[in-house]
Design a protein around this ligand. Structure first.
Ligand SMILES: Cc1cc2nc3c(=O)[nH]c(=O)nc-3n(C[C@H](O)[C@H](O)[C@H](O)COP(=O)(O)O)c2cc1C
Length: 250
């Protein structure tokens, strides 16, 4: 069927729905929801958030040059919606949604304590794009909730149950389909060993196998012999994958 061609539409989905907090001249915090937000640079770490001039938050950020982005979770979905339909000019949204301000280290605005990640931001540029002004900002500090650190001290964001916004709806994230680079990663040595063990077991039970017995026992013997070096290989692999995790190209 032929594709339909429409006039320009904001259909870049899914996107985040973040909470953007900023303070007034007296230090009183306000928070609004923003979906027109994103990462724009890795080094320095920079983000952008596009906000209409009519928003109270626009006024606060324009005055202070600072804001905090707090990520939203399933538990914060309702608050995210509320903060996106009510204005801080009329209501204290922190109080109304039982949100707690989380003190920031480098900026006056607090984050949202119930969020797993708060990004403290300092505005570097304001681009007047049309309906929205884009505040481009440097992330000057990253505050994380330690409850999402695993036993090895790694940040496990999967456990935070983040949400996303798509075409008017808030969605929980689905299953992880693969980790960064999985399409080109070689199977782990462990997986290969498990496969070899299964093949050998299949053959012992008389189940059909693609590998000849000779080949399989050869693999097994090889595996057994290299058990010691396998440990080293495993170690090497894990430090390698740690490195890989730190060196995303984006
Ligand atoms: C899911 C969602 C996403 C939104 N994204 C934006 C946005 O990116 N930029 C914007 O100016 N307003 C956005 N809004 C609307 C503001 O959050 C809303 O007007 C809010 O009441 C402004 O609050 P304030 O007046 O306290 O700043 C969004 C609303 C919702 C519900």
């Amino acid at each position: 069927m032929a594709r339909e061609y429409w006039k320009p539409a904001n259909l870049l989905y899914p996107i985040p729905a973040v909470l953007v907090s900023a303070v007034d001249a007296e230090g009183r915090p306000n928070v609004m929801t923003a979906a027109w937000a994103g990462t724009v640079c890795s080094d320095p770490v920079m983000v952008s958030v596009s906000i209409r001039k009519s928003r109270y938050t626009h006024e606060l950020i324009s005055r202070s040059g600072e804001f905090v982005i707090s990520l939203t979770t399933e538990r914060l979905a309702r608050a995210a919606d509320y903060c996106g339909v009510k204005s801080g000019r009329d209501v204290d949204k922190f109080a109304a949604m039982h949100l707690h301000p989380s003190p920031s280290r480098k900026v006056a605005a607090p984050g949202v304590a119930e969020s797993p990640v708060c990004l403290e931001c300092r505005v570097t540029q304001v681009l007047e794009l049309g309906s929205h002004d884009m505040f481009v900002a440097e992330v000057v500090s990253t505050d994380v909730d330690p409850q999402y650190l695993d036993e090895r001290g790694r940040f496990d964001l999967d456990r935070a149950h983040l949400i996303t916004y798509s075409h008017g709806g808030y969605f929980a994230l689905g299953d992880c389909l693969g980790r960064f680079g999985y399409s080109v990663r070689k199977p782990k040595a462990q997986d290969k060993k498990a496969k070899a063990r299964k093949t050998a077991a299949d053959q012992d039970q008389g189940r059909p196998s693609h590998k000849s017995h000779r080949k399989s026992s050869g693999r097994k013997a090889k595996g057994a012999k290299s058990n010691k070096s396998n440990g080293a290989a495993k170690k090497k692999h894990s430090s390698k994958s740690r490195k890989r995790r730190r060196t995303y190209p984006h």
